[in-house]
Design a protein around this ligand. Structure first.
Ligand code: NAP
Length: 488
């Protein structure tokens, strides 16, 4: 029997049911934003709706806490993050259930997300004490160059609904490690996970005002007001390219530093010499993690002519065997989409492809009943001009295209404004690396269906973003280098 409401969760700590704004270490009660369970289309909870004035209070709290947090020794900041990692791990099952309820993803995916999310705190606990500077002689020999790093200042963090925990920790971890205070604005669809994590942060010893969390039904005015405030020096956004473009323009007014993790349209290339079973295993992960609702999700499968038919047959068999159902049902492999609008978009893209001559080998129609379900779907013989080749599908649909030569595969892979992630399958490693170099993305997975790793720089080229999260470079997004010209 799947869980369908919050009250059915036996939280080890009932305090994790938080629904108010979290500002300056205080919980401010409120209502106004319904949270819907996509598995049932029923309301789960209602959270507070922040006004512009609430957002300004959050900025003031972040400012009040800034000097103390900046002066906190890196080792102490690291220990707070390490404790937060530990608490997330201790409460992993509670958090996974919450994610599954408000996002709809399967419990397996939700557990995977919690582990991934917590790792950003552990990784940045380790990086907090390794912020390197520089000291060297100037080429002229006249003086020395000393480079130190300051925390950049108050950071506004905006996150999407598809990874409610990990997209938040991927920003909060490096920001706190660098000595910044933050205001997190999670997506309206999935605020409960962010509030539960804020509770755990307070338990871990995050001082009042260092992390503030606000939800709002008017993200435009609320975020714009924060960006217009000269105390705010950083915007880190994860979401669609469309909203990212608007926010870059808004941040330009006050020259706020921007990190942008935007949309993707990942190509998945399979060459004739690939290990077919390995390519199918990888395809299932790259396509079906989070039921396809991932920015790195394989969006276009380009398969070389010699292996094409066997790949389509194998993918169809695996996709057709997946069990679709409510996220919290332990038997579910594919949960619902986030909203009915998301289902309608997927349906439109599939219909357009079919109208252009594509053939559906499994799935292909929204599922009836309550909840927002679309089945695992494979379509072959898709036209390169179909809308589905240009738009992010964000759902469990795998369009397969045929190619002949390596040069053609690279040209097809690059025929998009996006440049986040790509996948290459070939037994010839030099070919895979050569193709990977030719693809205009920030990340390439070779003979692997998964690339996300807190220890690696995650981010996109072209219109998929600016900057990187994770890895040793991720912390630099929250630091301002300061150069001293020194005579000694
Ligand atoms: P979205 O519509 O762009 O929303 C993302 C966040 O921005 C939400 O918190 C949203 O708040 C907020 N927002 C919306 N309009 C805003 C405005 N005018 N000013 C300020 N904030 C605003 O994206 P989404 O549908 O939640 O997420 C899916 C997208 O995220 C996909 O394109 C996916 O590829 C991308 N994504 C990228 C990465 C990456 O690392 N590159 C990772 C995950 C997802 P509300 O919820 O209140 O509207």
């Amino acid at each position: 029997m799947p869980l369908e409401s919050l009250t059915q969760i036996a939280f080890s700590d009932p305090a994790l049911h938080a629904k108010g704004l979290f500002i300056g270490g205080e919980w401010l009660p409120g209502r106004g934003i319904p949270v819907i369970n996509p598995s049932t289309a029923e309301q789960l909870a209602e959270v507070a709706d922040a006004s512009v004035a609430d957002a300004m209070n959050a900025v003031a709290s972040a400012q009040t806490a800034a000097a103390g947090w900046r002066a906190t020794p890196p080792r102490q900041r690291a220990e707070v993050l390490r404790r937060w990692f530990g608490l997330m791990t201790d409460h992993a099952e509670d958090l996974a259930m919450l994610i599954s309820l408000e996002n709809g993803k399967s419990l397996t995916d939700a557990r995977g997300e919690v582990a991934y999310a917590a790792e950003f705190f552990r990784w940045y606990a380790e990086e907090a004490v390794r912020i390197a500077g520089e000291f060297r002689q100037a080429p002229s020999g006249a003086n020395h160059i000393l480079v130190d790093h300051d925390p950049i200042g108050i950071a506004v963090l905006i996150t999407p609904w598809n990874f409610p925990a990990a997209m938040a920790t991927r920003k909060i971890g490096p920001a706190l490690a660098a000595g910044c205070t933050v205001i997190l604005k999670p997506a309206s669809e999935t605020p409960l996970t962010a509030y539960a994590m804020a509770r755990l942060g307070a338990m871990a010893g995050v001082p009042a005002g260092v992390v503030n969390v606000i939800t709002t039904s008017q993200p435009g005015p609320v975020v714009n007001a924060m960006l217009a405030d000269p105390r705010v020096r950083k915007l880190s956004f994860t979401g669609s390219t469309g909203v990212g473009r608007v926010l870059i323009a808004e941040a330009a007014r006050t020259v706020v530093s921007c990190s942008m993790e935007l949309g993707g349209n990942a190509p998945f290339l399979v060459f004739d010499d690939a290990d077919l079973d390995a390519a199918l295993d990888g395809a299932m992960i790259a396509k079906m993690r989070n039921a396809g609702e991932a920015c790195t999700a394989a969006n276009r499968f380009y398969v070389q002519a010699g292996i094409h038919d066997a790949f389509v047959a194998g993918l169809t068999k695996r996709m057709a065997a997946l069990k679709v159902g409510p996220g919290t049902d332990p038997a579910t492999q594919v949960g619902p989409m986030i909203t009915t609008k998301a289902v309608a978009k997927i349906d439109r893209l599939v219909r357009d492809a079919v109208a252009g001559g594509a053939n559906v080998t499994t799935g292909g129609m929204p599922l009836p009943g309550s909840g927002y379900y679309y089945p695992p779907t494979v379509i072959e013989n898709v036209s390169a001009n179909a809308e589905i080749a240009r738009e992010e599908i964000f759902g469990p649909v795998a369009p397969v295209y045929r190619f002949d030569s390596e040069a053609q595969a690279i040209t097809l892979a690059n025929a998009t404004e996006y440049g986040l992630a790509a996948y290459v399958y070939s037994r010839d490693l030099s070919r895979a690396l050569r193709v990977g170099k030719g693809i205009e993305t920030g990340m390439v997975a070779i003979n692997r269906g998964l690339m996300s790793d807190p220890a690696a720089p995650f981010g996109g080229a072209k219109q998929s973003g600016l900057g990187r999260e994770g890895g040793v470079t991720g912390i630099m997004e929250y630091l301002e280098p300061k150069y001293f010209a020194v005579n000694f």
